[in-house]
Design a binder for this molecule. Structure first.
Ligand code: AMP
Ligand code: MG
Length: 341
């Protein structure tokens, strides 16, 4: 009997170490913050593969940045924009993003428009020299915009002479989707990415659903959305803006119809769904479209929910969002309208 004690003790020790390691690896958390695509990004991943997953995700984001940047003259998009009306061979990412952007342009009746770059440049949103262009200047530049200025044939893209594309409204969504794939590929089953306001969760959180804070335009929170694996993307005029000499605030999301900052009454638009690329495109489009057209669009399409805040302080929630969104106490007196199909 006496001989059994050491054996039992060793066995106990092995089991204890194994359980301890298992617990440690499941709860192990890695957080990495870096700057990419013109914005700070944070990836939080859990489990033993967290570190490797984050480094793979970060490399993929950097790759997408090198493809999509409009300011890096070496990027694929910058070289396409400089191709002066000639056929240009793009990468798989840029080809599929171009096709998707054209699809979103058609579906949103032109509210989402990837060809606004010449006008955005005139407003100085791409540099730090902000200015209010004259209406004659805008009218002239508008001749270069519109989906009919993009011609695609597989990976060959041609832009009309002088026209330029900019995927600023959906590139971070794509980066979030692709980074999520990289995390999964590395064996991460639980993570949350915040790519400058484009949030994406991977897998599940231990102990309940993910709780994602939706930012309010004045700082603070509009509310908290409970979700499983999803993308949650917010667009707002507060993200990039300047005060003009006339005292008006001008922001970076333009109404393609006017070439001027969109004034639809929506001050913040959030879209949650499976595809980050789609949510990103839609959050920008809804900011332009306003509450009524957003509701019509939602009724006609599947795969996402929305949360809008208007300049009157009213909150519009799609039915699915209403079930999972709790409005912050700061907005407890706001009128909340739930949109149903
Ligand atoms: P987001 O932060 O996703 O709403 O994207 C805003 C960015 O999208 C801007 O900085 C522009 O680069 C671009 N953009 C502005 N207006 C539009 C529009 N109506 N459609 C598509 N892209 C736009
Ligand atoms: Mg967007």
């Amino acid at each position: 009997m006496k001989k059994l004690y050491p054996a039992a003790a060793i066995l106990f020790l092995i089991v204890a170490v194994w359980f301890g390691w298992k617990n440690y690896s499941a709860s192990h958390q890695e957080v990495v913050t870096f700057y990419a695509m013109d914005t700070p990004m944070t990836i939080t991943a859990y489990g033993p593969k967290a570190k490797a997953g984050i480094s793979a995700a970060r490399a993929r984001i950097k790759e997408i940045e090198r493809e999509l940047s409009v300011t890096d003259p070496e990027s694929v998009v910058a070289r396409l924009n400089a191709a002066g009306g000639k056929n240009f061979e793009v990468t798989d990412d840029v080809a599929s993003l171009t096709d998707f952007a054209l699809k979103m342009n058609a579906e949103t009746d032109g509210a989402f428009d990837p060809t606004l770059y010449p006008i955005l440049r005139a407003w100085g949103f791409t540099t730090d020299e902000r200015r209010v262009p004259s209406s004659a200047e805008i009218d002239e530049l508008k001749k270069l915009t519109g989906a009919d200025k993009i011609f695609t044939d597989g990976k060959t893209v041609r832009l009309a002479k002088g026209s330029m594309v900019d995927f600023g409204a959906l590139g971070k969504g794509l980066a979030a989707d692709e980074a999520a794939k990289s995390l999964r590929g590395a064996g991460v089953t639980s993570a949350v990415l915040n790519l400058g306001g484009d949030v994406r969760t991977v897998g599940s959180r231990t102990g309940g659903p993910w709780r994602i804070g939706v930012r309010a335009p004045g700082g603070g929170l509009l509310g908290v959305l409970e979700t499983g694996e999803a993308a949650i993307v917010t667009s707002g005029g507060y993200e990039r803006f300047f005060k003009g000499p006339d005292g008006q605030i001008y922001w970076h999301i333009l109404d393609p119809a006017t070439g001027c900052p969109a004034r639809s009454g929506v001050v913040s638009s959030t879209v949650a769904g499976e595809s980050g690329t789609m949510c990103d495109a839609l959050s920008t489009a809804f900011f332009v479209m306003g509450a009524d057209k957003t509701a019509d669009y939602w009724r006609a399409h599947e795969g996402f929910e929305f949360i809008l805040l208007t300049d009157e302080g009213e909150i519009f929630l799609s039915d699915g969002a209403a079930k999972k969104f709790s409005v912050d106490s700061e907005f407890k007196d706001a009128k909340v309208t739930v949109i149903r199909r």
